[in-house]
Design a protein around this ligand. Structure first.
Ligand SMILES: *Cc1c(COP(=O)(O)O)cnc(C)c1O
Length: 456
């Protein structure tokens, strides 16, 4: 009976002769079109076998085209973030500034002085490219950039504590997300974990009591994505440095996001600032390039010259070195801070500092352009990226009431430019705080297209 079932399916050759498919053959490599035709036929066979005969054969030419586009389109594509989570790790964290993009483009387009000292006409070091900027901005003696902050922490522990002990508070043995667990990283570096204090309370004296001849350093880890409330205590960095200095030990401070700007000026709590950790005497401070810094993915280490030099010489450094695009984008991002224009030029800070009036006005432009009834509602955005847990920023969203908000959300996710929204109380919410203002027109257009099938 199987032959009967598949009777109407054309052969690959016949399918390639279909005018619609033949047109694809004129524009695209033959083997890719043939492959797409084979896959489309196989999918049709499965559909027929499963009793879904309706229109399967007629839809074959379009199915070939869809499979062809899916194969040649880069899998990584732009998405509009309407979630209200500013630093959304799943959506690629920080969007880059125009200057950072331009710098990355220039660096990628041709050759650069990545490792060439133009003055001396000799080999240079990529690690020198952003050192001066980082020193000026943070007050540190030296700096090193690696691929991400996870690599920075692993490198710091490997270089300074392999085969020795690292003292850390029990309350800071955290999992950051994506499987990054401090105890695992510690083990990987070859350091031995010495936990002190209790889950909720750790004192400077606990660190002091745990120090032995085998102690390499004291580690402080920002708890980033969770918040302890109630009966808690953690020594200040000053206290920790005090203990460490008395024993001739370094303090390594993993800030996670870290910030060069004071988040409390934006109605948020205070995310630890890199400059303050340096000033407090941390030997090394590590933080991410693509969290609140608002730059490309990178791990930044700043601190004492002696300790940074130690890291630079470690063999792991070569394995975690960033490429030229990262250095270009990071350098341009740091210049925004140096020029005092981060708030207006770095997208993450533009989003955080956007006024409610501005967000409200943008929502009101969008609402009448939509094919479904929508309203402007008050919502709460978050910073995300493991910074400021539990803290929210008042925001404004376009709300679309629906009996099937999940279907609306799915339609938006699969639109020509995917839009990621959130659902609250059976409403689809599009929080404009995380939509780049330059994307508003595109967002309106995508919404009109994607929501059209739900009208009436
Ligand atoms: C986010 C984070 C990391 C990991 O940083 P990546 O840049 O994502 O590798 C490490 N430690 C803390 C405390 C963090 O918040």
């Amino acid at each position: 009976m199987a032959t009967d079932l598949f009777r109407d399916l054309p052969s690959v050759d016949r399918l390639l002769q279909d005018p619609y498919v033949a047109r694809l053959l004129l524009e695209q490599p033959r083997d890719l079109v043939v492959q797409a035709a084979r896959e489309a036929l196989e999918a049709a066979r499965v559909a027929l076998r499963d009793g879904q005969a309706n229109g399967v054969v007629a839809a074959l030419p379009r199915a070939v085209e869809a499979r062809l586009w899916a194969a040649i389109r880069p899998a990584l594509a732009p998405v509009i973030n309407a979630t209200g989570v500013v630093i959304h790790t799943n959506l690629g964290r920080a969007p880059l500034s125009q200057d950072a993009l331009a710098a990355a483009r220039l660096a990628g387009e041709g050759y650069t002085n990545l490792e060439y000292d133009l003055g001396a006409g000799a080999r240079g070091s990529r690690h020198a490219l952003v050192t001066d900027l980082l020193r000026r901005l943070t007050g540190a003696e030296d700096a090193l950039v690696v691929n991400n902050n996870a690599a920075a922490v692993l490198l710091a522990l490997s270089a300074l504590a392999q085969g020795r002990e690292v003292v850390i508070s029990r309350g800071q043995l955290v999992e950051i997300g994506g499987g990054f667990r401090i105890p695992d990283v510690m083990r990987q570096s070859g350091a031995t974990l010495v936990e002190v204090g209790t889950t909720n309370r750790t004192y400077a004296a606990d660190y002091e009591a745990a120090i032995s001849d085998d102690t390499a350093l004291l580690l402080r880890v920002h708890t980033s994505n969770f918040k302890q409330v109630g009966f808690t205590h953690t020594p200040s960095l000053d206290e920790l440095v005090d203990v460490a200095v008395r024993h001739g030990l370094p303090v390594v401070d993993d800030l996670g996001s870290g910030s060069l700007l004071d988040t409390s000026r934006y109605g948020l709590g205070r995310e630890p600032m890199v400059q303050e950790s340096v000033a407090a005497g941390a030997a090394l401070v590590t933080f991410s390039g693509d969290k609140l810094l608002g730059g490309p993915q990178a791990g930044i280490v700043v601190g004492r010259a002696r300790d940074v030099t130690h890291l630079k010489k470690h063999p792991l450094t070569r394995a975690v070195r960033p490429d030229k695009l990262t250095f270009a984008a990071l350098g341009a991002t740091l210049v925004h801070y140096l020029r005092g224009e981060a708030e207006t030029h770095v997208p993450v800070w533009r989003m955080i500092s956007a006024s409610l009036d501005a967000l409200d006005a943008r929502c009101r432009v969008l609402v009448p352009a939509l094919p479904l009834p929508a309203t402007v509602v008050e919502v709460s955005a978050t910073v995300g990226g493991g910074s400021l847990p539990g803290e929210t920023l008042p925001s404004r969203a376009v709300a679309i009431a629906s009996s099937s908000p999940h279907r609306l959300a799915a339609a938006l996710r699969t639109a020509s430019t995917p839009v990621v929204a959130r659902i609250e109380d059976d409403r689809l919410l599009l929080d404009l705080r995380t939509v780049l203002p330059e994307q508003d027109a595109l967002l309106g257009q995508v919404l009109r297209e994607a929501l059209a099938p739900f009208v009436g």
